[in-house]
Design a protein around this ligand. Structure first.
Ligand SMILES: CC(C)(COP(=O)(O)OP(=O)(O)OC[C@H]1O[C@@H](n2cnc3c(N)ncnc32)[C@H](O)[C@@H]1OP(=O)(O)O)[C@@H](O)C(=O)NCCC(=O)NCCS
Length: 160
């Protein structure tokens, strides 16, 4: 099992999207992957993708990613039966190292207030500084391709 980058087409397959009519958020991810503004990192187990994490270099809200020094980590997910074995941590560490190599010095991640295990994971990885409370997710799009309203989550910062 190894970590690698994946294409927009692989993202659509992973999400079970129709490539001809992707959802607004899937379309947004595809466009960003194809332009190089975002990269999808995956855990590949013999050709099957079992974990994912997106590195966004630039977003409409520069508090998340400003294209220069700050990048945003989005949609960390590990297949259910493989959780609790360190895969999420290893994927985060891999992408943190990649962001550092690219010269980013500030990394952000969003987390819902009730997600205690995720908050613990991010804290261990150094995402300790609260940036702000958010009611819009710049990586989740509505049908007008505008950032979708959210019930509320916190943006956390790690300095490299
Ligand atoms: C959040 C998520 C990605 C974490 O992935 P994971 O692979 O389970 O993460 P890890 O295994 O690295 O860490 C999780 C726990 O396993 C423990 N762990 C780490 N390495 C371990 C190992 N080698 N063996 C056993 N346990 C380990 C960690 O200490 C951690 O424990 P804690 O919850 O008590 O703090 C996963 O739970 C997930 O996909 N959740 C659903 C989607 C989600 O909420 N994503 C985040 C917001 S988009």
């Amino acid at each position: 099992m190894h970590i690698r980058t994946a294409s927009a087409a692989e993202m659509l397959a992973l999400w079970g999207e129709n490539p001809d009519h992707p959802s607004p958020t899937a379309r947004f991810n595809c466009e960003n992957i194809e332009s190089g503004s975002a990269t999808l990192f995956v855990w590949d187990r013999s050709g099957v993708l079992v974990g994912e994490l997106y590195l966004f270099r630039s977003l409409s809200d520069p508090d998340f990613a400003d294209g220069k020094k700050r990048a945003y980590f989005c949609a960390l997910r590990i297949r259910k039966n493989l959780r609790g074995q360190g895969l999420g941590t290893a994927l985060m560490e891999h992408v943190i190292a990649q962001a550092a190599r690219e010269g980013f010095t500030e990394l952000t991640i969003g987390v819902e207030y009730s997600e205690e295990a995720n908050i613990r994971l991010y804290r261990r990885l150094g995402f300790t500084e609260p940036v702000k409370d958010c009611v819009f997710d710049p990586c989740a799009m509505d049908e007008n391709m505008e950032p979708e309203a959210h019930t509320g989550f916190q943006l956390l910062l790690k300095r490299l």
